[in-house]
Design a protein around this ligand. Structure first.
Ligand SMILES: [Zn+2]
Length: 327
């Protein structure tokens, strides 16, 4: 059985990281941008390890030069996601790549992306919501304008605030100012932790940034007391197994902690992170989880429901997506 057509809810993607390689190559050619080193000879994204991945990611982003490029990117990404049954997707959007953290420039990019999302919803039957994201390795001072962009545009399309990038840059508490600003605007919060950092990074993120969801969080499995704490608090982990296996944050599918965490009562969800960079799709994730752990349709329905319950969207969207999951 393949899970391609099954409706899916995905909470953890990075918009630029979802860019099909052919889309980036097309833009580079149009704009005469030098992207040598970004691709392998077979046309796939080329990098050695996680730090080099961040460099290649940022190099690919140099082809995205204005709101119109992000409009086209959103359309291309959602067409691809919808072809794998995704009916609801949340994606991280970085003001750093969209106007350099300036609120007025950010509004222009956002308007273009929102238009694209509305058109894609009509064409491909998929709903997209955005989470404004600070880039951790750009430092705490760059996180503040990102949080301001988030707070100023929080609404129907922008539904939360979070942080991505190099997890080992600084400690969570260094970014408390930005997260406090977003929380004061009543935004739901998420932050990458426990992908490369240990259980202490997850614990400090929960304590200092008071997030509802953790991006990845898989290394929490090394501390049984923390696992109990996550289960008790109902903290949702945005787990990206294919990404973890590809980048070697996990030793392999059969060693991936998602099953142990789920069996311990932690609320886990499944996402692709940066699918073309990591050779994955939501279909591939479900197929591999099924092959590795024997999970069946009922398990995936349960994972979808957990993801929808943890989605940052409004009640009306929740109801609409719940109906699509039932169908
Ligand atoms: Zn991520």
């Amino acid at each position: 059985m393949t899970y391609q057509v099954m409706p899916k809810v995905e909470l953890h993607t990075h918009l630029e990281g979802c860019a099909p390689p052919s889309f980036i190559r097309g833009l580079a050619k149009e704009k005469s941008v030098d992207i040598s080193g970004v691709f392998n000879a077979d046309g796939s994204y080329s990098y050695r390890d996680f730090d080099h991945f961040l460099t290649v990611y940022e190099a690919a982003c140099t082809t995205l030069q204005g709101p119109q490029d992000f409009y086209r990117l959103v359309k291309a990404v959602l067409e691809e996601s919808a072809s794998h049954g995704v009916v609801y997707q949340e994606t991280f959007l970085s003001p750093d790549f969209c106007g350099g953290g300036d609120v007025e420039a950010w509004r222009d990019y956002l308007a273009a992306m929102e238009t694209a999302a509305a058109e894609a919803e009509a064409e491909f039957d998929i709903t997209l919501k955005g989470i404004v994201t600070a880039i951790r390795h750009f430092g705490p001072d760059a996180a503040k304008p990102a949080a301001l962009c988030a707070a100023e545009t929080f609404g129907d399309f922008i539904t939360g605030f979070g942080m991505a990038g190099g997890e080992l840059a600084g400690r969570p508490g260094d970014f408390a100012y930005a997260f406090d600003m977003a929380r004061e605007a009543r935004m739901p919060l998420t932050c990458h932790a426990g992908e490369w950092g240990g259980p202490d990074m997850v614990a400090d993120t929960l304590r200092d940034l008071k997030v509802q969801r953790i991006g990845h969080g898989i290394n929490a499995v090394r501390d049984p007391a923390l696992v109990d704490q996550l289960a008790e608090a109902g903290t949702v982990l945005e787990v990206c197994p294919g990404s973890n296996v590809f980048l070697k944050a996990s030793g392999g599918w059969d060693q991936h902690p998602i099953k142990t965490l789920r069996d311990a009562g932690v609320k886990v969800t499944v996402s692709t992170d940066d699918p073309p960079f990591f050779g994955t799709t939501m279909t591939h994730e479900f197929n591999m989880l099924s092959q590795t752990f024997g999970w069946e349709e009922a398990d995936f329905k349960d994972l979808n429901q957990t993801a929808l319950n943890a989605a940052f969207c409004d009640a009306e969207t929740h109801t609409k997506i719940a109906k699509r999951l039932e169908a």
